[in-house]
Design a protein around this ligand. Structure first.
Ligand code: AMP
Length: 187
């Protein structure tokens, strides 16, 4: 299988690029943020718990996310591969993912990291708040999400660099230019 991770700060364009990558390489797009938002909408037990973290800009506990991924891999055995958007976000999640991949006799092919300056992140998220009305796109939560990204998620860059899987791409520019840079790095 061709399994990709798309990695980057909030507002770096992960969602947009994941959809394009999924289409081009016929992969299953997995957005953990979208999965959690749908649980919240359906007022499930998981959704109610997740909301208490998401509203503060904190990460949802690792074990919940790992269970979601485990279940998803179990239910999608016939796909060409996955594009993981928003997972893993901690070293614990990355280590669990490596184990899950071994269980299904597979591996992560590449990790794409979208580079984007903080100021650009804040202005994009505030703009997105106006358009999409996402509750966690407000100034206080944005600044916490950036802090969480730096402290808990950015150490993953080194984790995947050591595995020689990292592909760093400039995340500022037109959607198509960024997509083309990703694609040329993948071949
Ligand atoms: P996103 O749509 O990827 O920006 O995710 C929105 C929110 O969902 C994040 O700020 C987290 O609170 C939560 N979330 C999404 N993916 C994860 C994950 N892999 N680990 C923990 N929390 C997550």
């Amino acid at each position: 299988m061709f399994n990709l991770i798309l990695f980057g700060p909030p507002g770096s364009g992960k969602g947009t690029q994941s959809v394009k990558i999924a289409e081009k390489f016929k992969l299953k797009h997995v957005s953990t943020g979208d999965i959690l938002r749908s649980e919240i909408k359906n007022k499930t037990e998981l959704g109610i718990l997740a909301k208490s973290f998401i509203d503060k800009g904190e990460l949802v506990p690792d074990n919940l996310l790992i269970d979601i991924l485990h279940d998803l891999f179990d239910k999608n055995k016939d796909v060409n591969g996955f594009i993981l958007d928003g997972f893993p976000r901690t070293i614990v999640q990355a280590e669990a993912l490596d184990k899950l991949m071994i269980e299904i006799n597979d591996h992560i092919s590449k990790v794409i990291s979208l580079d984007i300056p903080d100021e650009e992140v804040v202005s994009r998220l505030l703009k997105r708040a106006e358009i999409e009305g996402r509750e966690d796109d407000n100034e206080a939560t944005i600044s916490n999400r950036l802090k969480v990204y730096k402290n808990q998620t950015s150490p993953l860059l080194e984790y995947y660099e050591k595995q020689e899987k990292l592909l760093e791409v400039q995340g500022v520019g037109s959607i198509d230019d960024i997509f083309n840079s990703i694609c040329s790095g993948l071949v």
